[in-house]
Design a protein around this ligand. Sequence first.
Ligand code: MSP
Length: 627
Amino acid sequence: MEKVFYITTPIYYVNAEPHLGHAYTTVVADFLARWHRLDGYRTFFLTGTDEHGETVYRAAQKAGEEPQAFVDRVSQRFRKAWELLGIAYDDFIRTTEERHKRVVQRVLQRVYEAGDIYYGEYEGLYCVSCERFYTEKELEGDLCPIHGRPVERRREGNYFFRMEKYREWLIDYLQTHPDLIRPEGYRNEVLSMLSEPIGDLSISRPKARVPWGIPLPWDEAHVTYVWFDALLNYVSALGYPDDPRYATFWPQAWHLIGKDILKPHAVFWPTMLKAAGIPMYRHLNVGGFLLGPDGRKMSKTLGNVVDPFALTEKYGRDAVRYYLLREIPYGQDTPVSEEALRARYEADLADDLGNLLQRTRAMLFRFAEGRIPEPVPGEELEEGTRLAGRLRGLVRDLRFHVALEEVMAYVKALNRYINEKRPWELFKEDPGEARAVLYRVVEGLRIASILLTPAMPDKMAELRRALGLREEVRLEEAERWGLAEPLPLPQEAGVLFPKEAPREAAKGSREGQTEGTKEDRSISIEDFAKVELRVAEVVAAEKHPNADRLLVLRLSLGNEERTVVSGIARWYRPEELVGKKVVLVANLKPAKLRGVESQGMILAASEGDKLALVTVEGDIPPGALVK
Ligand code: MSP
């Protein structure tokens, strides 16, 4: 049977800028989509924006803009945020699109014709921010439990959906499908909501009061209530009812939501589906709140939001993604802060993972001629091949933070393994065994990088590139030992998670732009003086015996000669170099490049495909300092 996966986020109201609370659910959805793609599932990932209703209409008025122009603009901000965070959605639906409106009207008509919609009068306590009426029991004191603001008593002519009629059916469905709503605490909450009458649902607003919405197909004087409109995005985006994507993906739908929108998704939506003759979704996954520094739900109204744009700019998208997934136990309220992000960045990403890559590369150049050694069995590190299986279970159970914790524990074990085996000492007695140790570490890194790909897609591709491994991977490759091939590593690789970069970037970020940006990138004269640059004359040059890209140069420094290996074979023939005066970094630690020790490095300028050596004019003798 084909493996299929459909994942949705809530569609976000366009009355406010995206904040980290919105970003969280979207990152979780992207993680799940990438995880399933990696595991061979045919996957569809939907997100979008919720653009109708009273709150949005008021926000547009307040901004002094036409509603359509306003929603176009704010919807773009969400797209932009998701682009910055590397969110690879398959579709972005907007409820003001024709394809969506058509489906809403079609479903309304069908439910109306079936007799499940009637006209009546409603009176109740309404929170305009939530776009919903509250029962007195639900209020906190006299205030809206979410916004802490006064509610209004309202009375108006509405159409109603016969929701109460489906209450018993829904209870029954929840009892026979215990994993429909997860984590379990939220399922119990819904069952308790359903233990008393839920009443019928008002699903329209008089157009005279709220002109911004989808007209009811049988009565143009009313527009559709925003929830009845919005929930249908999950099927309209799939091209309900005729598009084959609907038939393929809908039965495997996983919804991700925040706990504040539990009732619409756990009560309105299932009963709407039932009345419309659409089968039920597969899972409703309920996340907790991200809490601001004040310990309250992060929200624009409370003014305690963390800006995902600034964080991404400062730490990089993968660090933000990793932090959210690693730190927050799914379903629980969790405080978040930049300090906590930085701590994770430094400990987990820079010190454990980034450092592991860097020392592994350094040792491969020193002890294995800059290539991955021949495959050997994995000994205790082969344990890593069992992680994928365990992670499948954890991801299915929404325990993402534990999944990442397990991979990072393995990364720590790889670091420990190096410390215990001490390849630098081993190399002196038994170079073969030293290379075997390094091979196991590379394999471990390869496996860890695959498992971390859904959380950090860019950085893990970069990590694999730095080891000369293939960038494209599948999850099952993490279940097999010995797939790293004995190929050379690229000479250059940046630091995966630089510790200093975040601070520098912070200064340069849009909001934080201040004078001093230039100074902050600068080094002191003492720093510069640490680099010993000298004029060196090429006295001999030949091709490297084991590498086409490399030349081996013999350089004179006047009273001393050096051998230097340089990756310039594409641009210079050995014979044309002899006699040139070049600039040598003379106090660089020696390194073996494909079997030949290089005692320093010569400078060259390059841009794209071009390269030119830095040479010294005039009558300067070899050995002279360059400063
Ligand atoms: N438009 C509706 C959803 C319609 S879905 C058919 C809506 N939009 S929203 O923009 O207000 O919220 C979208 C989601 O963001 C909700 O799941 C909400 O829980 C989530 N979050 C908003 N603030 C949040 C936190 N501080 N923490 C975690 N999630 C938060 O509701």
